[in-house]
Design a protein around this ligand. Structure first.
Ligand SMILES: NC(=O)c1ccc[n+]([C@@H]2O[C@H](COP(=O)([O-])OP(=O)(O)OC[C@H]3O[C@@H](n4cnc5c(N)ncnc54)[C@H](O)[C@@H]3O)[C@@H](O)[C@H]2O)c1
Length: 389
């Protein structure tokens, strides 16, 4: 089944009319992260009650068996992985989610547990796994600096052995393999914006090296398996992505700023606020990942939103959106702390290749995505069931 975006590309106005990849209405996806799942848990004092799903599963497409694929998503209980699982399930595929729950949570995929098309396996990708599948989306790896630096050796093991095991599986069962790589492989870039031909500027001794170099070796492994063993590979270089189900404690600007503003705490900016970042909303990323998997593009592809904001502008946007959704305006002030080591001053994707080869570009504005994300964080905070590590 093609994942081509078939909807009306307009993204202003009525949000409920979006169609995203696989002709899935945005409204259907939204119900999975803004309503049902979070409403499943209620906290009272020191108790939390999860309600067994009373309602039917969301309807999934009925696919011709020739088009129905068995798809493995590693890291499928994480932020990006769980949205990818949602999309592939709604598109009608058989989905196997593998996760060790290091940063992911069963809450993120609870709405599919028991569905005949869905299986969940608790497994660490550092160990080999054998399942018969047609496609592998390999996302398993912590993505936030707080988490990947908490056990840097494990991060390197996950990046190398995890990718090695999944590529070995792809070779054995002849599955197509997609690696979730990252813009971090460009390090602190000397070129701006970054296109896929840029080799990067990475500190292999720094605190971020376990992740940056881990992903670089994962890319090298991926291409070695392609060259040596003919494995059919795709590489997505993902730039900053945000959205509902981000871990509350992931320590990155989006969750930090939203939580600080919702709690009326000071918004902390590391550095002077002039560093720029580009942020993409997760639905755009999921479209890009599926379109890349379905394409014939074997070169690495940047997936990100080229729209740049200074961190300061971004903080003000968050405060504005939080104020729109609260009765009491946030009393947060912006405070500046020393810059973090090796934090790149600028990062912006050149997405020409994605446009040309996949006909992909982001369609959802940062403002709109952020508004949904604020709603999610606010609701999860009210119910006190947010996935907090
Ligand atoms: N979110 C972003 O902005 C971003 C940017 C660039 C790249 N990426 C990449 O996308 C992928 C998903 O990122 P995310 O933001 O969803 O992160 P996340 O931390 O929410 O998800 C990662 C998932 O992988 C699981 N995991 C970690 N180590 C594992 C292991 N050894 N075995 C099995 N499961 C394991 C975690 O429990 C979690 O569910 C990662 O590979 C990340 O490097 C994300």
């Amino acid at each position: 089944m093609s994942a081509t975006i078939l909807g009306n590309p307009t993204h202003s106005g009525n949000q409920n009319n979006h169609l995203v990849g696989g002709e899935i209405p945005h409204e259907v996806l939204r119900s999975l992260y803004l309503k049902d799942v979070i409403a499943n848990g209620q906290t009272e004092g020191s108790f939390i009650t999860f309600t067994r799903a009373q309602e039917d599963f969301p309807s999934v497409k009925k696919l011709n068996p020739l088009n129905k694929k068995r798809i493995l998503v590693t890291g499928g209980a994480g932020f990006v992985g769980s949205h990818l699982v949602d999309r592939l399930m709604l598109m009608g595929h058989d989905v196997i989610c593998v996760d060790n729950y290091f940063t992911g949570s069963k809450v993120n995929i609870a709405h599919w547990i028991g569905h005949p098309n869905f299986e969940m396996i608790r497994h660490d990708v550092v160990d080999p796994l054998l399942v018969e599948v047609d496609q592998i989306y390999h996302l398993a790896c912590p993505a936030s600096p707080v988490h990947y630096q908490s056990n840097s050796v494990k991060t390197l093991k996950t990046s190398f052995f995890g990718t090695y095991n999944m590529l070995g599986l792809a070779k054995r069962v002849k599955a197509r393999f997609l690696l979730a790589s990252t813009s971090e492989i460009y390090g602190s870039p000397k070129e701006h914006p970054q296109n896929e031909e840029y080799w990067g500027h990475v500190n292999c001794f720094g605190p971020r090296a376990c992740y940056d170099e881990g992903k670089r070796v994962a890319e090298a492994l991926t291409y070695s398996y392609a060259r040596q063993d003919g494995v059919d590979v795709r590489i997505a270089r993902i730039f900053n992505t945000f959205g509902p189900r981000m871990n509350f404690n992931d320590g990155r600007v989006v969750s930090n700023f939203i939580l600080q503003a919702l709690r009326s705490e000071d918004i902390t900016i590391y550095g002077d606020g002039s560093a720029t970042r580009s942020f993409q909303y997760m639905h755009d990323l999921i479209d890009g990942l599926i379109q890349l998997m379905e394409s014939d593009c074997t070169e690495p592809v940047n997936l990100g939103n080229p729209h740049e904001f200074t961190i300061k502008e971004f903080a003000n946007m968050v405060i504005g959106l939080v104020n729109e959704q609260r009765d009491q305006p946030s009393t947060s002030n912006v405070v500046y702390l020393p810059a973090v080591i090796d934090d790149p001053p600028r990062r912006k994707p050149d997405i020409s290749r994605a446009k040309e080869r996949l006909n992909w570009e982001p369609r959802i504005s940062v403002h709109e995505g952020l508004s949904e994300t604020v709603s999610y964080f606010k609701r999860a905070m009210e119910l006190e069931i947010a996935p907090v590590l």
